[in-house]
Design a binder for this molecule. Sequence first.
Ligand code: FAD
Length: 321
Amino acid sequence: MSKKIFVFGEIRESELRNVSFEAIAAAKKVADGGEVVGLLLGGKAGNLAIEMIHYGADRVVTVENDQLQAYTPDAYSQAIMQVIDAEKPDGFILGHTAVGKDLSPRLAAKLKSGLISDVVSLEVVDEKVLFTRPIYSGKAFEKLEVREGLVLATIRPNNITPLEKDVSRTGDVSSMEVEIKNLRTIIKEIVRKTAGGIDLSEAKVVVSGGRGVKSKDGFKPLQELADLLGGAVGASRGACDSDYCDYSLQIGQTGKVVTPDLYIACGISGAIQHVAGMSNSKVIVAINKDPEAPIFGIADYGIVGDLFEVLPLLIEEFTSV
Ligand code: FAD
């Protein structure tokens, strides 16, 4: 049965995050020939709305309101609830990002609905949509079906292929007014720890360092390799705890979950808590001087050696390509 599915367009530094396009592709499957509607909250959404349409949305609803310029769970959930109330969609899909993870349980509670979080794939079997999500820190996967009520789901970045961009697609862009009141928090200033750069959770290549990197300076060749490959630098908790890098780089059970095309683990032992955040990477390369390191158990390619000898060789090789 065809459905109306809303997709949350997540804006970061005036651009739509890729996961929003991946969410549109997911919504298409759930909609089953019905309508996929993009939702953009915040400032001037003009070009971004068209972009959502080019990636498969049938129409876009924008909500412009000063209180929505920066994300706050309070203001965003109030706005989304009013949109849902007016539009009565059958489903709402968000990215499994920091914002999506914060927002989706609030919506589920307000809507008294279930929530399927961290979806890595969807398939249609016998006209039912089955959502696959990891459980037990990625050691197993479960498939879930929504039997009744709203389909509320978050999808993990980098797992669902967006539809091909089609600039000839057209669709209606309408704006909606919302009333936002009694805010408990107001953003006065945003102080960024790191400026720009590639978002770790959406990066196609991640070069990650562990305690084996030994110092802040030890991260320099990792950054050089990441820059060469158009990727981002990540880290184990061992490296963060040792103050070699910022905790915002931590990958794992209590850090970020990444699924790049290529994950290069440098001086990381492969503790289960780290593996939980990167085991779904498409190709894993491990560089470790200990041939018994557990990381080799999940690596597609293993290099036994000193990372400070291996990385310069890789950098030289990629520079000459
Ligand atoms: P180590 O285990 O010390 O490994 C360092 C590796 O570097 C070794 O294998 C060594 O052989 C290698 N090495 C040393 N020098 C070199 C060199 N010159 N060249 C090549 N290799 C070298 N960890 C996470 O990463 N993410 C999490 O989210 C996370 N959450 C946790 C949550 C809980 C509740 C707990 C209890 C732990 C968590 N941990 C997490 C910590 C985790 O258990 C490990 O302690 C941590 O991942 C180890 O980091 P590491 O691999 O960098 O360090």
